[in-house]
Design a protein around this ligand. Sequence first.
Ligand code: ADP
Ligand code: MG
Length: 459
Amino acid sequence: MNGFPLNCSELWNICSQKLQTYFDEETFGTWIKPIIPKEFKNNTLSIEVPSNFFYEWISDHYSGVIIQTLTKICGFNVKLTYLIKKTDVKQIKNTDSTRKILNNHLSFIKKNFSNIDDISGLNPKYTFDNFIEGACNQLAKSAAESVAGKPLGNLLNPLTIYSDVGLGKTHLLHAIGNKIKQNFKNKIVVLIPTTIFVDQFINSTKANNIQEFSRFYRDIDVLLLDDIQFLKDKIKTQENLFFIFNQFHELGKQMVFTSDKYPNNLDGLQERLISRFMSGLTADINVPDLETKIAILKSKFSDNYDVPSSVLEYIAQRVNSNIRELEGVMITAITNASFQHDINIVSIQKIINKVASNDLIVDRISNVVASYFNISIEEILGKSRQKDVSLARQIAMYFAKKYTKCSLKKIGSLIGSRDHSTVIHAVNTISELMKDEKKIKNIIYAINKRIIQKTAEKI
Ligand code: ADP
Ligand code: MG
């Protein structure tokens, strides 16, 4: 652009600094950081992205904000064009010859997989067809489908899926394996929980057949490793996985990992391994919205049981933590109903009281605190920074920490969608104030008494 003072790298630098403050660290790291600016000409910025999947995802989700930011910086309308990075596709070894070697190792692996008859470790019950898609899991699901459709030489390698418990990581991992098994009959797919992987490694070290272990993993075609957080402090296993990883990667063979955290936040893992886990695509799964929860319950239960949809909706509204818990409430409800009652809202309420008690205790605490301060529950859960409201909110967090086993993150999500650091701050502030301020101490005692009274009424 004639007379425009910035070249394409400078323009992109400024733009990406602005985007860094706009996005959270994970989104920025996954989608913005890998972009390489190539040319800025005729008001059009060409950017290079790592893969077709990447292109489709950012052009659908982030192109608007990128274009807006560029336009703001330049002071005129900027267009965006994408170039997809050409990869130097490595020679991919024909794995047929390795299959012979592999057969020799099957006995080894069968010993170690004694509780399953199929070496793949796959549960046919978990498929893409019965995985309900919502905004919470859209990226993870479409990446998983991409990988399952092209398990050799896919650019999303590794795919690392992370989330809190019970949100569908293991389900997706099995779905990938099952799909590959169905469509690529000669591929050897292994899904293995990390705890078993670690045990196998330790046992092979003891039995002095570590080479056999390593060779087995090298020779399979697709590795699905569930819950990599359990590699924590297992230095030797990590080293071995690192080598397996490199061999897989070099041959373009697919790996998928799941983790309970963003890999960068995993403790006790070697940096180089973490950076490998994050070198493909890292996708998270969030808590589903109400509609998705109802759809999941319907798909799991409506065919076989006659559950009124008002009950499904009631459960979906009340159980906010994860899908496993949602299913737990539903299964208990169905079991109870078959013994004694119909499935109705009163019987469900009792079950929820037991199963999802933590959420309800937090609700109850928030209500007690709100009524003590004579403010509404909406104010406590809302954004107001008014002094009374903020204090009430902090007190609610303090009691939620005291009376439940909820994580800080969970408490934050239940009390007004705050993050865990806000909860820590609240708990510390109230604890400190109680030491020095008699007035606060009295308030806390009074509220405590009311919470205990309320709880007694419910039992
Ligand atoms: P995680 O591995 O993240 O702890 P799981 O994959 O074990 O979670 O999921 C817990 C339960 O929730 C499983 O029964 C799974 O089938 C179900 N589930 C999770 N997400 C979905 C979804 N989107 N659609 C249908 N079922 C789901
Ligand atoms: Mg799991």
